[in-house]
Write a new protein. Structure first.
Length: 159
């Protein structure tokens, strides 16, 4: 079984990736969605979303501490790089607290509605889902960054 410390190494690396990309995009692009991409998200929206994911699953599901959440609003959220970094720092602190309080082999305090796939029977399984979301959306954020920076380079070259 993985330890809490080992688990957090992976989560922290993903969160560091979010922060680095937000800094790289800067205030000019952190809130921009890729043009013409239906359902695309901005870097800021993805940060807000993963912070919501961490709180919902780590705190509400595993610990039974209800954290109000508006998932749709997460994806619409906008702000500066500084605000994104503050959200990430708060989310990271909360995740560290929730992981420290977790009993990896015990059932979650407030399990989600029955799901067709296994993996949510234990607090450790729920935390694996948190990491899954962090990794999945980091990949999405990397593609978003690449497209936005390419578009900016192309626009600069056309001037």
């Amino acid at each position: 079984m993985i330890s809490a410390e080992e688990y957090l190494v992976y989560c922290d690396a993903a969160l560091d990736g979010y922060a680095a990309i937000c800094r790289e995009l800067g205030d000019e692009l952190v809130g921009v969605r890729v043009a013409g991409l239906d359902g695309g998200n901005s870097a800021f929206g993805l940060v807000a979303h993963v912070v919501g994911v961490m709180a919902r699953w780590g705190r509400t599901v595993n610990r039974g501490i209800v954290v109000p959440r508006d998932r749709d609003a997460e994806f619409r959220a906008t702000g500066s790089v500084e605000q994104a970094l503050a959200l990430l720092a708060a989310g990271r602190a909360g995740l560290h607290e929730d992981v420290a309080a977790a009993s990896f082999g015990e059932p979650p305090a407030d399990p989600p509605a029955p799901r067709p796939e296994p993996g949510y029977e234990t607090q450790g399984g729920v935390l694996l889902h948190v990491y899954e979301e962090l990794a999945q959306h980091l990949g999405q954020l990397e593609v978003t960054r690449d497209v936005l920076l390419r578009e900016r380079r192309t626009a600069s070259a056309d001037r």
